[in-house]
Design a protein around this ligand. Structure first.
Ligand SMILES: [Zn+2]
Length: 307
């Protein structure tokens, strides 16, 4: 298109563009999704400040929609603070205060302050202003050229949304992101079963392509991508199970870092996130009768083959 001479702006389908984020869209960035029509809509503000400013100057971004509260999706939202801002109905007021947002994400006030200092500084994150409107499940943004349906999709986070564009069949799965790490549910409100149900629902839609926030779009049937992503829950569970053996406390299991494998950028935040990743899997392993909780210890009933 003539008004996009920037190679970071990639046409996904008619009137829909991917704004390619730095680091191929890996955290702390995320790709943006731009819809051009009677009004121009951008979903998420994590594609980099200069790119968003450039697009806004060229065509005007009328509306910024934030998909959920995670910092990589809020990104540099503030450079569009003069535009319409729409947030999910389920998004709590903690997004208006970084310390509160941190507390929500890592479970205590002290940890929350650390989160705000670390992640807030890394991303130069600004707390969100009050929105101009809220959207909820089933709402449709009709801008003439495209019709974008908001689909509430919790599990990753309570306020996580996906989007389905009806004219072109473009499904935007946000953080159902098909990365090799697998699903992420590392905040206290992250829930494996809900996340799985959300994935199984969204993959039934009659899409023609699938786009996530952290990978490049996939044309055509994405069943194998969805199934691999679902299978990664089991891989993560087995990784947790493999370190339990004859008995470990939650603290010991987290310290073993079965899921992050000590590769997260900050050890303190890694511990906080891995706590929920591990705990969610322990609950399922207990339910499956593979481990028991004996006082403070989690004990494997049939030790892993390697032990
Ligand atoms: Zn997220």
């Amino acid at each position: 298109m003539k008004f996009f001479d920037d190679e970071r702006v990639k046409e996904i389908a008619s009137n829909i563009y991917l704004l390619e984020a730095p680091r191929k869209g890996q955290f702390p960035y995320c790709h943006g999704f731009l819809f051009v029509g009677d009004r121009n809509i951008l979903i998420d503000a994590g594609a980099g400040e200069d790119l968003i400013i450039s697009i806004d100057r060229k065509i005007g971004i009328d509306t910024l929609i934030i998909s959920h509260s995670h910092p990589d999706h809020l990104g540099t939202w503030h450079i569009l603070s003069h535009r319409e801002l729409l947030l999910p109905k389920e998004m709590p007021d903690s997004v208006h205060n970084l310390a509160s947002l941190g507390e929500r994400f890592v479970g205590s006030k002290a940890r929350g302050l650390y989160w705000a200092d670390t992640i807030g500084t890394l991303l130069k994150l600004q707390p969100l202003r009050k929105p101009d409107g809220r959207y909820s499940n089933g709402d449709i943004f009709d801008i003439g050229s495209v019709r974008i349906e908001a689909i509430h999709n919790p599990g990753h986070l309570d306020d996580h949304y996906c989007f389905f564009e009806h004219v072109t069949g473009t499904l935007i799965t946000i953080d159902i992101d098909f990365t090799s790490f697998g699903p992420w549910y590392g905040n206290p409100e992250g829930r494996i079963k809900l996340f799985k149900d959300s994935i199984r629902e969204i993959m039934k839609l009659p899409y023609k392509r699938v786009c996530s926030s952290h990978k490049f779009p996939h044309e055509g049937d994405a069943t194998s991508l969805f199934n691999d992503f679902l299978a990664a829950f089991d891989r993560q569970k087995e990784e947790v199970y493999s370190v339990i053996g004859t008995g470990k406390t939650l603290h010991d299991i987290i310290r073993s870092s079965p899921i992050y494998k000590n590769k997260f950028l900050d050890p303190f935040l890694q511990y906080a996130f891995e706590e929920n990743l591990v705990h969610e899997n322990l609950l399922i392993l207990i339910e499956e009768g593979r481990i028991i909780k004996d006082g403070d210890l989690y004990v494997s009933l049939a030790p892993a083959a390697s032990e």
